[in-house]
Design a protein around this ligand. Structure first.
Ligand code: GDG
Length: 478
């Protein structure tokens, strides 16, 4: 897709950070899925560089001094929030209200009025920055739950703007949303309705959103079209994809081969089950450990013949619920290793920390089984990346039915993460699966991931947004 519109991305984080070591400062680009997706859009005919607006995790002074080091296809506009506002907006309302509630953990919600005030303030500040930057013909694409108020705030300042919003986490059922005070629901839902196009990973999330606006605001919709305040809005599902070729081709990368050989040598006497997630209660790590224990209890013939490599990546450690989780995981790992381990074998190899890309792909491609058991997950990219890397067409994916990815990865072994016996049985099935059957299942999933990769995702969202805008000018009735 080529077009002459300028793209303005708004996300909580900017895709780089400054690192200072031994007195010298460098810029480190981050390589998340969002960065890849945004870089894959073709805006080569646009008049100006695309712009990326996000909250700064560095000081204004650092930015003034080192911004010349940031050389990128994007122009970056950091927003500097007051420390207290930033804390209450991010750790408070975003990650202690919206995150747990939207992942169906209502008892983890810690609603504080001051945090909601900070969320509104942060959205307002960011909307002022967007309004100062946006010009006619620009496309504004807002990402994720930190900025649900933003589309409306931009629309108030720039009524003609073209605005898209994408939610990376689940949109929960109306019954869950109703736990929030009415003024909060109203703020979030009317906030989203400032968009022209609202995107979700799955149809279910979209339906939940449509039900919520109907029940809470009395706003009607028809076949994904919403008529609101004389504007036509569309909401639809756009399941995020991955950079398929990056992961698929990495199988033959020299560093990956070396790391894979090292892993296979280290665990040559056992099969390998593997998982990697951020430390988050939504990812179901405790349930996974319960299932492993159930597996050894049900199938003791596997004791000594299986290694579970558990990688947990630090995340949001300032929030109490995350710190508690780390202690729980480490106690369970210690207990299971103590109970089943021998002097020469440990059932669980645990790493708390991130691993570099070649090691991650080596783990994906050395393992016999990937065990992915979130209790809720908007999509889950790890499952998709694991499948994409298996150029050898081997390996079995066990995947929670509570992930958005389960819709697309139809030949994975689906499980309910709460049912430890079911997970244990599927682990046995996976470990004993014939190579031909593994290949058949992987090939089907790879076709889907290759066809609908991250480029397709980003392009189909932007194309729908542009078409939407045209439709609006032509005929504002659904
Ligand atoms: C949110 C939603 C949705 C992880 N550990 C390492 C590492 N990673 C990379 C993975 C993957 C990404 O981080 C994690 O993505 P997920 O999708 O699994 O999870 P969230 O961070 O919760 O993402 C989620 C996503 O947004 C996109 O919309 O799918 O549902 O919660 O790319 O590879 N990468 C490296 N080392 C690690 O240790 N190199």
């Amino acid at each position: 897709m080529k077009n002459n519109n300028r793209l303005i991305i708004v996300s909580y984080r900017l895709p780089f950070s400054f690192e200072t070591a031994s007195g010298s400062t460098t810029v480190k680009a981050s390589a998340g899925g969002l960065v890849t997706a945004m870089k894959s859009l073709d805006f080569s005919e646009a008049r100006e560089k695309p712009v990326w607006i996000g909250c700064a995790d560095f000081s204004r002074r650092t930015w003034e001094k080192y911004q010349h080091l940031v050389n990128d296809d994007f122009e970056f506009v950091p927003v500097f929030l007051e420390r207290k506002i930033q804390q209450n907006f991010y750790n408070g309302f975003s990650n202690s209200v919206l995150w747990p509630l939207f992942h169906y953990f209502p008892t983890y919600v810690d609603y504080q009025e001051r945090d909601f005030v900070a969320y509104q303030k942060a959205n307002e500040t960011v909307s002022e920055t967007v309004a100062a930057v946006v010009q006619p013909q620009d496309i504004v694409w807002v990402h994720d739950y930190h900025f649900m108020g933003l589309p409306k705030l931009i629309r108030e300042k720039k009524p003609e703007a073209t605005i898209g919003f994408f939610l990376h986490i689940p949109f929960p059922s109306y019954e869950i949303l109703r736990i929030l005070p009415y003024k909060v629901k109203e703020y979030l839902l009317t906030g989203l309705l400032g968009s022209d196009l609202i995107g979700f990973h799955t149809n279910d999330y979209n339906i939940h959103f449509l039900q919520s606006i109907q029940i809470n605001l009395g706003v009607q919709h028809k076949i994904w079209k919403i008529n609101y305040q004389d504007r036509l809005i569309q909401s639809d599902s756009f399941p995020v994809g991955i950079n398929y070729s990056l992961y698929h081709d990495a199988y033959d990368n020299e560093d990956v081969i070396a790391e894979r050989e090292a892993l296979k040598n280290a665990y040559q006497d056992t099969k390998i089950i593997f998982s990697v997630d951020r430390l988050d209660y939504t990812k179901g790590v405790m349930q996974r450990l319960d299932a492993l224990e159930a597996f050894f209890a049900r199938y003791p013939e596997w004791i000594g013949r299986l290694t579970f490599i558990l990688v947990v990546v630090p995340s949001r450690d300032e929030i109490q619920k995350y710190g508690e989780r780390k202690v729980m995981i480490e106690q369970a790992v210690g207990r299971i290793n103590g109970k089943y381990g021998t002097l020469i074998w440990r059932p669980i190899v645990y790493r708390y920390g991130s691993v570099p890309f070649p090691q991650l792909v080596a783990l994906y491609t050395a393992c016999d089984v990937a065990l992915i058991t979130p209790i809720r997950d908007g999509m889950n990219l790890v499952a998709k990346e694991f499948v994409a890397t298996r150029k050898d067409h081997q390996g079995v994916l066990i995947l929670s039915e509570m992930t958005g990815a389960a819709n697309e990865l139809s030949t994975a072994l689906h499980i309910n993460p709460m049912d430890e016996n079911e997970v244990a049985d599927k682990m046995k099935q996976a470990l004993e699966m014939e190579p031909e059957e593994q290949a058949r299942r992987i090939a089907i999933m790879q076709r889907r991931l290759k066809d609908y990769d991250v480029k397709k995702w980003a392009n189909s969202f932007v194309e729908s947004l542009l078409n939407m805008e045209n439709t609006q000018h032509k005929d504002p009735t659904p």
